[in-house]
Design a protein around this ligand. Structure first.
Ligand code: C2E
Ligand code: MG
Ligand code: MG
Length: 565
């Protein structure tokens, strides 16, 4: 594929012999055919760069043959070499785009060599983005893969797609042309790649490769990594060294009918999945990815119209005060009833909205709806139960967050102390000083703060003590097994002690059993949330549900007990 191959077709053996003599000393690979059947067979098996055909031949004229050749190998540069008598027909062939050039017989040696050289340059421009490096165009790579499979259908190989992480940012910074230059410049040249490896630059700015797995290295990932190692990963952009990371997807050639275009598309899909992750990585294609991707696209498109179509609602889960069994407050939890997808869990769609920026708008809706609802349930006073709303770290970073929060409270005239924001520990990986400043601004409005899913994240003690939070919610994953062993119980006991030492209130999340509740009370945990009291319920059930809980709770005593581990 990479080295030029020239195919001459002529029904006169003497002419073919003369041509072979002429090109005997050149470094071009020459093949010949004396009829169109042989010519087409060669073309199918060999990535011919330039095809030079006689016009008048017994079975088929040269223009017809070259027209057929175009469908087999569009990148091949096609030339007619013919006597003057065929001029009208050949001119027509050229005008129809079937033929690149028309050369006349008799030919002189130098002209023929010059014309073939020019055709080779044309061929290089057709298949390479960059001829020096032999960096292919997408279409040429597809052709290459297809021709490999015809030659050897049990070839062990992979198609791979590599995408630079944050390519969009690079494009924003450099513009399209400069980015293209950069992409060409950091790509390895063909000579430095291992044998059996070809590389293309795709239109989107991704690289695509075809790797024939060497017998001594059948591991696709190792081959991918040795290819990646040849890239320049610290290019200087605008005078600064940048660190380039790749997301990689690859597809193994497994069935004979898989064509080059499909293989690359599959590898691309795997790459997109890789780029959805937090860190750059390599992912192999499998058919499950197609349905996953389908689901993802359906979710994204559904989310775009969800707010406008009123598809979100809030459910409320009561939080019960352990000391007097009164209602401490409720957590508002979003529910999406998608018209097209049915009920979708927040675990599935919230992370998507955080990535595509929709969380700001949806989060604003959540706060407004929770505040509006709460005011209608608890219109008087500022010391009653409070409503908690989950807020993602992405929302907090938005400069509009605090002004919008303030406006919402004012709009519904809810005392700020009746609103609590639940933040997850993922916040702690951000710039700590900025986070604290932000939280202090929220606190100064009078709104309460709580750390959600405590114990699952990275927060260290020293971080925790610097945060202006009122409450810690111990994650369900600690509550669930707390009665299984002394160690697990000790974890919960320590969290409660730690929280109290820092002057915070403790909420236990996901309490499902009475035994858990009794032990938590013994440990001094302040508040309980979980299925034991109630699952999250729709707004119109909430008031009924809470009075039911509060009325049914009679004080119980119980001694601290641990099930045998
Ligand atoms: P979370 O804030 O930790 O909410 C608690 C989750 O545990 C809820 O799941 C709740 O239904 C569930 N749960 C409560 N008690 C029990 C129990 O006793 N047993 C079990 N097995 N589960 C219990 P849900 O409603 O599916 O919400 C999942 C997560 O989605 C939430 O976790 C929160 O991180 C996020 N989320 C929900 N609503 C919002 C929202 O409005 N904004 C943001 N940013 N995130 C939200
Ligand atoms: Mg929560
Ligand atoms: Mg939680």
């Amino acid at each position: 594929m990479m080295e030029p191959i020239i195919l001459f077709v002529d029904d006169e053996p003497a002419i073919l012999r003369a041509i072979k003599r002429i090109f005997h000393r050149s470094n071009l690979q020459i093949c010949t055919a004396s009829n169109s059947v042989d010519a087409l067979r060669i073309l199918e098996q060999t990535p011919v760069s330039v095809m030079v055909s006689d016009y008048s031949m017994p079975e088929q004229n040269g223009a017809e043959l070259l027209a057929q050749a175009r469908t087999i190998r569009p990148e091949t540069v096609r030339i007619i070499l013919s006597g003057n008598n065929d001029q009208t027909a050949t001119i027509e062939a050229i005008n129809q785009g079937k033929v690149f050039k028309y050369l006349t017989k008799p030919f002189d040696k130098d002209t023929l060599i010059r014309e073939v050289d020019a055709a080779v340059v044309e061929w290089q421009n057709r298949i390479f983005i960059e001829p020096e490096k032999k960096l292919l165009k997408q279409s040429a790579l597809v052709q290459l893969i297809n021709s490999k499979q015809i030659q050897n259908s049990d070839i062990e190989a992979i198609a791979v797609v590599l995408a630079i992480r944050d390519l969009d940012l690079v494009k924003e910074q450099l513009g399209n042309n400069e980015t293209h230059q950069l992409l060409v410049s950091i790509a390895p040249s063909h000579q430095t790649l291992a044998e059996g490896v070809s590389l293309a630059l795709l239109d989107e700015g991704h690289y695509s490769g075809f790797i024939e797995l060497a017998a001594n290295c059948p591991d696709p990932l190792m081959s991918v990594h040795s290819m990646l190692d040849k890239f320049v990963v610290n290019p200087i952009i605008d005078g600064r060294a940048h660190n380039i990371a790749f997301d990689v997807g690859y597809a193994v050639v497994d069935a004979k009918e898989v064509d080059g275009a499909t293989l690359i598309r599959n590898a691309q899909l795997a790459m997109q999945t890789a780029s959805d992750g937090q860190d750059s990585c390599a992912i192999a294609f499998d058919h499950q990815l197609i349905s996953n991707r389908g689901r993802l696209l359906a979710l994204q498109s559904g989310l775009r119209t969800a707010l406008a179509n009123d598809e979100f609602v809030l459910f409320y889960q009561p939080k019960i005060d352990n000391t007097n069994l009164s209602l401490h407050g409720a957590e508002a939890l979003i529910r999406w009833n998608s018209e097209t997808l049915g009920q979708v869990s927040p675990f599935e769609f919230i992370p998507l909205t955080e990535r595509n920026g929709m969380i700001d708008e949806i989060g604003e809706w959540v706060i407004n709806e929770a505040v509006r609802q709460w005011k209608s349930w608890y219109p008087d006073g500022d010391s009653g139960p409070a409503v908690s709303v989950n807020v993602s770290a992405v929302q907090l970073k938005n400069k509009e967050f605090i002004p919008s929060l303030e406006r919402t409270l004012a709009r519904h005239d809810l005392p700020p102390s009746l609103l609590e924001l639940e933040l997850t520990e993922s916040l702690m990986v951000e710039d700590m000083n900025k986070v604290i400043e932000m939280l202090q601004a929220v606190k100064s409005l009078g709104v309460k703060l709580s750390i959600d899913d405590f114990g699952t994240g990275y927060s260290s003690l020293s971080y925790l003590s610097r945060l202006p939070v009122d409450t810690i919610k111990i994650d369900r994953s600690f509550i669930m097994p707390m009665l299984e062993s002394n160690e697990k119980l000790a974890m919960v006991r320590n969290m409660i002690r730690l929280g109290h030492d820092l002057g915070m209130q403790l909420v236990a999340e996901g309490v499902e059993e009475e035994d858990q509740l009794l032990v938590l009370k013994e440990l001094g945990c302040d508040i309980t949330q979980g299925y034991y009291f109630s699952p999250p319920v729709a707004g119109d059930e909430f008031i009924g549900k809470t009075s039911e809980i509060v009325d049914s709770q009679a004080p119980t005593t119980h001694s601290l007990s641990v099930k045998s581990a």
